[in-house]
Ligand binder design. Structure first.
Ligand SMILES: [Zn+2]
Length: 175
């Protein structure tokens, strides 16, 4: 028995394999199945280099990609009631909201950020599909209307990126 080949080599190989192939090293395209080096996929803003499929991106990726030097300040969302209509489908809306908040760490399905875009102060509104399918609750509406009403500081240029499921899909069309 050789302790170098039987003991040390397998352990060493295991460590080296772990370092060379972490789970997130490759991304599999949802459309064509092509394996893409994860770093290239992120650098291409989650667009497949093989079939040009545009994958969904969340607010952070959007802000990082658009603001100069990826520097920005997240703005506080307008304070709203969670569920003034006391809406309920198969579950209470407030329960869904609580669950999404716990899972994402976000307050609602929208994020606002302010920063410099091409040297011009700008505010970007991003509706987040990853939060309850971009649910158009009161917070999304208030944040959206805050832009044209110029309630945000310094009258910045504003941009809106919407991602959402079909409005009304919580009215009983799916369980
Ligand atoms: Zn593809």
């Amino acid at each position: 028995m050789n302790w170098l080949t039987d003991y040390v080599k397998p352990r060493l190989s295991k460590v080296i394999r772990k370092r060379e192939s972490p789970d997130n090293l490759w991304h599999k395209c949802k459309s064509c199945g092509q394996m893409i080096f994860h770093r290239d996929y992120v650098a291409a803003l989650k667009v497949c280099s093989n079939c040009d499929f545009h994958d969904r991106i969340g607010p952070k990726d959007r802000f990082d990609a658009l603001f100069d030097e990826s520097r920005y300040e997240l703005l506080k969302l307008p304070a709203v009631k969670d569920d003034p209509l006391k809406f309920r489908d198969t579950r209470r809306y407030t329960d869904r909201l609580k669950e999404a908040r716990n899972a994402s760490g976000d307050q609602d399905a929208v994020q606002l950020a302010k920063g410099s875009l091409g040297g011009v102060t700008s505010v970007i509104f991003v509706q987040n599909f990853f939060f309850m399918g971009g649910s158009m609750g009161m917070a999304v509406g208030e944040a959206s209307s805050a832009l044209p009403k110029k309630r945000l500081p310094a009258k910045p240029r504003s941009f809106c990126f919407r991602q959402r499921a079909v409005p009304g899909c919580r009215k009983g069309f799916y369980p």
